[in-house]
Design a protein around this ligand. Sequence first.
Ligand SMILES: NC(=O)C1=CN([C@@H]2O[C@H](COP(=O)(O)OP(=O)(O)OC[C@H]3O[C@@H](n4cnc5c(N)ncnc54)[C@H](OP(=O)(O)O)[C@@H]3O)[C@@H](O)[C@H]2O)C=CC1
Ligand SMILES: O=C(O)CCC(=O)C(=O)O
Length: 416
Amino acid sequence: MVGVTSPLTTAQAQLASAVDILGYSPGLHEMLATPRREMNVAVPLRRDSGEIVLFRGYRVQHNISRGPGKGGLRYAASVDVDEVRALAMWMTWKCAVVDVPYGGAKGGVTIDPRGYSADELERVTRRYTSEIMPIIGPERDIMAPDVGTDEQTMAWVMDTYSVNLGYTIPAVTTGKPLTVGGSLGRATATGRGVVHATQAALADAGVALSEVRAAVQGFGKVGTHAARWLHEGGARVVAVSDVDGGLRADDGLDVAALLRHVAQGGRLTDFPGGEPVSNAELLTLDVDVLIPAAVEGVLDEETAAGVKARWVVEGANGPTTTEGDRVLAERGIVVVPDILANAGGVIVSYFEWVQANQAYWWTEREIAERLEQRMRASYDAVAAQARSESLTLREAALTIGVQRVAEAHQIRGLYP
Ligand SMILES: NC(=O)C1=CN([C@@H]2O[C@H](COP(=O)(O)OP(=O)(O)OC[C@H]3O[C@@H](n4cnc5c(N)ncnc54)[C@H](OP(=O)(O)O)[C@@H]3O)[C@@H](O)[C@H]2O)C=CC1
Ligand SMILES: O=C(O)CCC(=O)C(=O)O
């Protein structure tokens, strides 16, 4: 996507650094680096106009040693198999770091959803699901929304899977609408978890959320809720952006009014309560906390050199390249890594799957409390490892995640 370094290069370099710290053999490294299973499918679509177009679709199960594959489904024109491989690998370490009983998977279709009608997107989703039917299922691989997909997409996937098997199977997807077995709190979970991670990192430095100024890149399913929870927690959100650019207000944006404006169909950049700011400028604003919550690779070596925030909390997957990460570390900027910071989504997806399997629904308060507990416990374990081994938070999170996966292989007898 954005940037010169590909997401797969970044993901592989991160794994290599964890393997180096853990002292693993080349054979084990290769096993951890290699996706367990991949499907590459053609997804034809008859457009509303009658024209036939063809997309590529992928589902990559990077690792299934700790449980079923788990991870989102992305619709974007820039999707390719290597990006999906990287995202699937990050899911593996993420699920292990926050100790949910899953492996890691991800899916993608090379389609820009903005150019297609809802009926067309439904047909694409049903065809893609039918093509990958053999490898998904509530015990095999469970999908969730990612960039360009949403609750409706998950309802179509669940329905297609269910009608093929002849009965309703809500646990095949998470992030579904509540009416078909979705969970309270899933829609807001990733953004909420990002704010729990932010609070935990700030607390390590004796700083309260109410004392900080923050900028959020990306105003989708993650960014909107991150901005909202930051605002509600007393932080001053001074800039937000979407693909068309951003808005800044040095005294703080009225996030509640901005969310209402966007919910009513307004463009973020047309909101009257701020000045324009570009996506590039947003990353180097004079803030305490920077939350990249859009796409990969935006914090490369050059951009990282200009970051003024003291904390970078990765709402997106892979927003920082390996070179960007080195520069941020050298400059003493604390990076709360994606596999920890944005894990709130998969944590509540896990709660949704548990509820669907038991056909018993929890209250919103139970979900919020359990999410916070798990985010806090995961952050504390990563921070303790970072302190005791003199690692960055990313190195600590990766070594915890990679080690848990390697141990699962070892105990199952799959050690090479
Ligand atoms: N959804 C989830 O639960 C989880 C998502 N993530 C990760 O978080 C990130 C965002 O996902 P999500 O919020 O779900 O996706 P959405 O599609 O809901 O939102 C993406 C946002 O990023 C904006 N955007 C797209 N391209 C750019 C760009 N080049 N520069 C700046 N902004 C851009 C979009 O703008 P516009 O709307 O105008 O297109 C939109 O505001 C991804 O990396 C995803 O993998 C991680 C964990 C869980
Ligand atoms: O909720 C999930 O299962 C996974 C969400 C996701 O794709 C991610 O965490 O990157």
